[in-house]
Design a protein around this ligand. Structure first.
Ligand SMILES: NCc1[nH]cc(CCC(=O)O)c1CC(=O)O
Length: 327
């Protein structure tokens, strides 16, 4: 059979779906084809929040999958709402790409060397808050559009710089535009940034499909993404909330940094947590960190570490610092 891969039609979506298609065929020999779907979020000029925020990009693809018009869909996991979607499940998380944000500035400039009052574009409240915290003098310009449109604002001179995800630039072969990479400890990015989610129907049972999912899955990437997204889930926050997260998964532990920013950069709350994993990847949560279930899977530990950190953020005043829920 040929596995039909549903994807949005943007250059980034096509690039990442193409990467997955190639990976599946290389690893399993199963043939694939891309099936592009145009979503309202792709064609609209309205702001993300007026479109309904989280999930505008995902819902058309999901309807397409539920209707049986494709066998799997490829999402940027950071754009995917954290709630379970009826009838669908995440069947695989491939190895994660670079989770960092970058600055793409004119003339090789960096955040420290941009001139006073420089115009920097981003559509993300988190990135706007991080920029304002580091450089309160900057003019932060709300922009929309795909990666090439955003880079175009710098090429045309309309903006001095834009902030973009390293992962998207990498998938499009545009990393030569990067003038600075922000490190994840001081500039944590959107939960699950750089990770893809492969979504399938709940009842998917075809051998080729299940084999393909297994062949591309990376449980460490999934655990890191789950830990980060569990912060959002617990806070009932969406992808537009000014929240950054960064998880690392080693043989022995999941560590998680979570940050909530005042939208104008005037304040921030940054906390860390961790959960221990034993060698067999059955996990125990260490007594020094959060006390939790004595034995659980790596994914359960990731969920636990994320929701425990969210509770600590709430206790520390996260909801007073920033609007967490949207609509
Ligand atoms: N919100 C748009 C979006 N969704 C996914 C990516 C690419 C990064 C990724 O795959 O996480 C981007 C572009 C960006 O944030 O610069």
């Amino acid at each position: 059979m040929t596995l039909r891969i549903g994807t949005r039609g943007s250059a980034l979506a096509l690039a990442q779906a193409g990467d997955i298609a190639r990976e599946i065929t290389e690893r399993t020999g199963v043939a694939t084809e891309l099936v592009p779907v145009t979503t309202h979020g792709d064609v609209s000029r309205e702001s993300l929040s007026s479109l309904g925020g989280t999930g505008v990009f995902a819902s058309a693809l999901r309807e397409f999958l539920l209707a049986g018009k494709c066998d799997l869909v490829v999402h940027s996991m950071k754009d995917l709402p954290t709630q379970k979607y009826d009838g669908l499940r995440i069947g695989a998380v491939p190895p994660r790409a670079d989770a960092r944000d970058t600055l793409c500035a004119r003339d090789g400039l960096t955040l420290d060397t941009l001139p006073e009052g420089a115009r920097v574009g981003t559509g993300s409240p988190r990135r706007a808050a991080q920029l304002a915290a580091r450089r309160p003098d900057l003019a932060i310009i709300d922009i929309r559009g795909n990666v090439d449109t955003r880079l175009g604002f710098v090429a045309s001179g309309e903006l001095d710089a834009v902030v973009l995800a390293a992962a998207g630039l990498g998938r499009l072969g545009r990393t030569e535009k990067v003038t600075e990479y922000f490190d994840l400890e001081s500039w944590p990015t959107a939960p699950a940034q750089g990770a893809l989610a492969i979504e399938v129907r709940d009842e998917a049972h075809d051998d080729d499909l299940l084999g393909a999912l297994e062949a591309i899955h990376d449980s460490s990437a999934q655990a890191a993404a789950v830990a980060e997204r569990s912060i959002l889930f617990r806070l009932e926050a969406g992808c537009a909330a000014p929240i950054g997260a960064h998880a690392t998964v080693s043989e022995s532990a999941i560590t998680l940094l979570g940050a909530v920013y005042a939208p104008d950069g005037s304040g921030q709350l940054v906390l860390t947590g961790s959960g221990k994993l034993d060698a067999s990847h059955a996990a125990t949560v260490g007594a020094d960190d959060f006390s939790g279930p004595a034995q659980s899977s790596i994914i359960e530990t990731a969920e636990y570490v994320g929701s425990a950190l969210a509770d600590e953020l709430l206790a520390g005043g996260a909801a007073r610092l920033a609007p967490l829920t949207q609509d």
